[in-house]
Design a protein around this ligand. Structure first.
Ligand code: GLP
Length: 244
């Protein structure tokens, strides 16, 4: 794992966007694994600015998002499809037909999840997978549990995640209790993984991801076994990590 120290959120966002931009420039038809949450918003803003400056062309890029709330349609303002449209896809020249987010309304979800994994594999796997990290060490919506679940699947969200994400909903009762998420195997299939984190609420999770034992009670710890991971985190998120 390589850890890049950022001064603050803006610095983290710029550094992360530079890495994604380099990927798109070097391989214009690359496959990006994309993430939602507050953390990547600044990264996406920088990518939009680079596109507007004429430095990036997304016309051949394919994307696969990590996760989606179960039961939310794509036009719901808290759905992750909506988030991606508003924060990135509507502002660059990506072909929406090449963008994929798990369908929150899928009916036969076991079959649909298997199809999602098959589509990621058929596309050649993610050249670059962007990840945020939950306060409890979750990646995508892979919550702490007893085993690493390989494929895309339906998860019961933990109280800690429901609480953390309730800030974006009118009331905590409106937060879906379940979600679909790429599994750990689907994430680990990426050729390169870029983790971004900021703020002191992430400090323990970032420490455990980078230096703790590899255990499913901290899903992000599995990333220690991936050969090509870059972590871009600000000083607050790195506060519990040894200075290198
Ligand atoms: C959410 C998402 C994750 C995200 C994490 C952290 O629940 N499913 O993909 O990385 O929580 O979110 P934030 O960036 O808002 O702190």
């Amino acid at each position: 794992m390589r850890i890049l120290r950022a001064k603050d959120y803006d610095d983290m966002s710029r550094k992360a966007a530079n890495i994604i931009a380099a990927q798109v420039q070097l391989k214009p038809d690359c496959v990006l694994g994309l993430a939602t949450g507050s953390t990547p918003i600044g990264t996406y803003k920088n990518l939009v600015a680079a596109y507007e400056a004429g430095d990036l062309d997304f016309s051949e890029v394919k994307s696969y998002n990590l996760d989606e709330y179960r039961g939310l349609p794509g036009d719901h303002d808290q759905s992750y499809r909506y988030f991606m449209n508003v924060n990135l896809f509507d502002h660059v020249n990506i072909d929406k037909a090449n963008t994929h987010v798990p369908d929150g309304l899928m009916e036969d979800y076991e079959a649909a999840c298997a199809e999602y994994d098959a589509a990621v594999a058929a596309a050649g796997h993610q050249d670059l997978q962007l990840l945020g990290i939950g306060n409890n060490g979750h990646i995508g919506f892979n919550e702490p549990c007893d085993s690493f679940i390989k494929g895309t699947h339906c998860v019961d969200l933990t109280e800690s995640t429901i609480q953390a994400n309730s800030r974006l909903f009118d009331s905590i009762d409106d937060v879906p209790r379940q979600a679909y998420t790429m599994g750990i195997g689907t994430i680990m299939g990426a050729k390169m993984i870029l983790v971004i984190a900021n703020g002191d609420a992430k400090a323990q999770a970032v420490h455990d991801m980078c230096y703790g034992p590899v255990v499913p009670s901290c899903p992000a710890s599995i990333l220690q076994l991936h050969p090509n991971v870059v972590v871009v985190a600000d000083e607050a998120a790195l506060a519990l990590c040894p200075a290198e």
